[in-house]
Write a protein that binds this ligand. Structure first.
Ligand SMILES: Cc1ncc(COP(=O)(O)O)c(C=O)c1O
Length: 401
């Protein structure tokens, strides 16, 4: 795609391959170079002064902390793919959660936080926001337009994550966003599960979309990185706070994320296909009570997912029938292909036991048995199924002992 700035109407997959690349200015190299820079020199004082113009503060390369051509390239691509105004990078997904919250909330304000939010986001509310005089109320992820009843005159933010961390409830984002806006609050959403490809946040009423780029955007389990994409109205507010807090992203990490982006939609398609194959198989296992994956027609969130999402990623939950912890651990230990580890979104499969009931305060997590979280990678799903079959055998052996 030529860098002439002309209007383009290309579809998402074409944009994923071409955005954030300007070979003409880089000796024809297909990918942008990685700029390792803190100091950026100006050739004279007039240029120095020009770069410090507050109106263009975040648009020029003037200090490594505020961005380099490598980070700008990734930001340009991410914003266009999700349909937002601009994007900004952070050092982690967690920083991409906390900086927008800090930008939108001040002492005396009230935050409505979904009860199924990523655990450390809750900890931030409890350990940091309370000290700043911000009150948090947790709400049922399935509340829909009922959120209107929880709005207070000082409610400034409604925070969503859909599907929910660990429990995978699908939220009615347009209904919640409409009620929030009606009451004058902004809508922040952790959109990591869907990535910028599978949930068009800004068409659904979101003001600030949050991503742990660590997961699918990077996609290779080798980088920790965050990204925030906003509407035009929210951009300077969030970007200024991020700069005031000193958030930035490492140039190599931005490069890896740009490289991951090129294959994001291809990888996601395969993650979804593999995950559906494994999830359907799990549904028929005698050890499994239910599978928490909105892409399955039996999932309570399926209709909303179908209405609002453009596809599914490869992360889902499984509720087992009652089994002692030792038997579940024996099952997990017996697996060969599923790694035991935090994070997800890479090319490889992962499994972890989870305890959603320990996090909830507004709702109760009533599960029939132990809950697991599976990330289905790009392996052959038949091999994953055979691995899980072996694991279930060990579960049964442990139960019988
Ligand atoms: C839904 C969700 N959001 C945010 C994060 C935080 O990302 P990071 O590990 O890059 O801080 C995670 C990490 O697991 C996550 O699962």
């Amino acid at each position: 795609m030529k860098s002439d700035g002309g209007p383009r109407n290309y579809r998402k997959d074409t944009l994923l391959a071409h955005l954030g690349r300007h070979p003409e200015g880089q000796h024809g190299a297909v990918n942008p170079p990685v700029y390792h820079a803190s100091t950026i020199l100006s050739s004279n004082m007039a240029e120095w002064e020009k770069k410090r113009d507050p109106k263009t503060r975040f648009d020029v390369v003037r200090y490594g902390l505020l961005g380099t051509p490598t980070t700008f390239a990734l930001e340009e691509a991410l914003a266009a793919i999700e349909g937002g105004h601009r994007a900004m990078l952070m050092s982690s997904g967690l920083a991409a959660i906390t900086a927008p919250l800090q930008a939108c909330l001040k002492c005396g304000d009230h935050l409505l936080m979904v009860d199924s939010a990523y655990g450390p986001a809750r900890s931030f509310c409890e350990r940091v926001l309370t000290r700043c005089g911000v009150a948090t109320t947790y709400y049922d992820p399935l509340i829909g337009d009922g959120i209107a009843r929880l709005m207070r005159p000082n409610t400034k933010v409604v925070y969503l994550e859909s599907p929910g961390s660990l429990t995978f409830e699908v939220q009615d984002v347009p209904a919640i966003a409409a009620a929030a806006h009606e009451a004058g609050a902004k809508v922040l959403m952790d959109n990591t599960w869907a990535s910028p490809c599978l949930f068009p946040s800004f068409l659904r009423g979101v003001d600030v979309s949050i991503h742990a780029a660590t997961k699918y955007i990077v996609g290779h389990s080798d980088v920790v990185l965050g990204a925030v994409i906003t509407t035009e109205e929210m951009y300077l507010k969030v970007r200024t706070m991020a700069a005031d807090l000193g958030h930035c992203a490492a140039p190599d990490d931005a490069y890896y994320a740009l490289r991951g982006l090129r294959t994001l939609s291809v990888r996601l398609e395969r993650h979804e296909k593999n995950a559906l194959t494994v999830a359907r198989w799990l549904q028929n296992r005698p050890e499994v009570s239910r599978v928490l994956y909105p892409a399955l027609p039996e999932d309570p969130g399926h209709a909303l997912w179908k209405r609002d999402f453009l596809g599914a990623s490869g992360l889902f939950g499984v509720v087992l029938k009652p089994a002692p912890k030792a038997a579940v651990y024996a099952m997990i230990d017996a697996l060969d292909l599923f790694g035991i580890g935090s994070s997800w979104g890479g090319f490889e499969s992962l499994i972890l036991p989870t305890n959603p009931e320990r996090l909830r305060t507004a709702t109760r997590w009533n599960a029939e048995g132990p809950t697991l979280r599976l990330h289905i990678g790009l392996e052959d799903p038949q091999d994953l199924i055979e691995d899980l079959e072996h694991g279930f055998h060990q579960l049964q052996v442990a139960m019988a002992a």
